[in-house]
Ligand binder design. Structure first.
Ligand SMILES: [Zn+2]
Length: 270
């Protein structure tokens, strides 16, 4: 939060809501959701008067409220919170508007000739003075030309001061925004890291789960195969196994005899 000083609060609040509203803001400063009855009590103000002032402050955007129903009495109680950032905004806004007015005034002073009544009744520009024949419309005295060089110098000084103040204000605001952005960026990065870590853990968990499942399946397969084998072994008759061995050896014997025949043939050819 940009720093809002007491003098800034006094300046802004008295201008946009009235000087009598300043104590309310100072009372609320640094607290949240303060009951209107507590404020009235602390400032020793009549509750209806306080509500009127709070309404003015609310219209200027300087406070916000929450209301809660009082279960015992059945009516609503308002809880108020001061919004310091609004002071910051209004403080700058008031200065920008003032600067605009000063610039307009300077332009008028620089582009016009002015005439004064020696008795201090009026100050007229050239066209107005012509209209009144260079005589004061109040007392009839002859008007005298007004040297406004000092006014112009003073206006220029004020403009420079305000311009500098606004520039410094904007600089502070920019720096604040920058620091906020950095804060937000860091927070975002932290959340992203956390999210990734969560995802990684979840994946790991799933992987482990899948591996366990696989291991279980393999185990099940092995045991079921073993069981089958046992079953097969049990169901096979010993005579069957002997027959198969015999047939195999018979085949081998046949092959060797054919080999012998072929060698005999090749010998004949030679
Ligand atoms: Zn006069």
């Amino acid at each position: 939060m940009l720093k809002v000083t007491k003098s800034m609060i006094k300046d802004v609040v008295s201008k946009v809501a009235g000087e009598d509203c300043v104590p309310i803001i100072l009372d609320l400063d640094g607290r949240e959701n303060v009951s209107e009855f507590i404020i009235a009590d602390e400032l020793n103000i009549d509750i209806r008067e306080l509500r009127r002032k709070l309404y003015k402050l609310w219209e200027a955007g300087l406070v916000r409220f929450k209301r809660k129903k009082d279960k015992k009495r059945g009516w609503y109680i308002y809880y108020w919170t001061f919004i310091p950032s609004r002071v910051w905004f209004l403080y700058r806004d008031l200065r920008v508007k003032k600067l605009q007015k000063l610039k307009e005034r300077l332009e008028q002073e620089e582009n016009n000739e002015f005439y004064l009544c020696p008795n201090g009744c009026v100050r007229l520009d050239f066209s107005q003075a012509v209209e009144f024949d260079f005589k004061c419309p109040e007392c009839g005295a002859l008007l005298v030309p007004n040297d406004n060089s000092r006014t112009i110098a003073h206006l220029k000084e004020e403009i420079a001061k305000l311009t500098k103040e606004i520039e410094e204000f904007d600089k502070a605001e920019k720096e604040f925004e920058k620091s906020q952005k950095v804060k937000i960026k860091k927070e975002k990065e932290r959340l992203e890291r956390e999210e990734k870590e969560k995802e990684r853990k979840l994946k790991e968990k799933e992987k482990k789960k899948a591996m366990k499942k696989k291991a279980k399946k393999v185990k099940e397969k092995k045991t079921s195969k073993a069981k089958k084998k046992i079953k097969v072994k049990k169901s096979r008759k010993p005579s069957n196994s002997k027959n198969s061995k015999k047939s195999k050896s018979n085949g081998k014997a046949k092959k060797t005899t054919s080999k012998k025949k072929s060698t005999k043939k090749s010998k004949k050819k030679n």
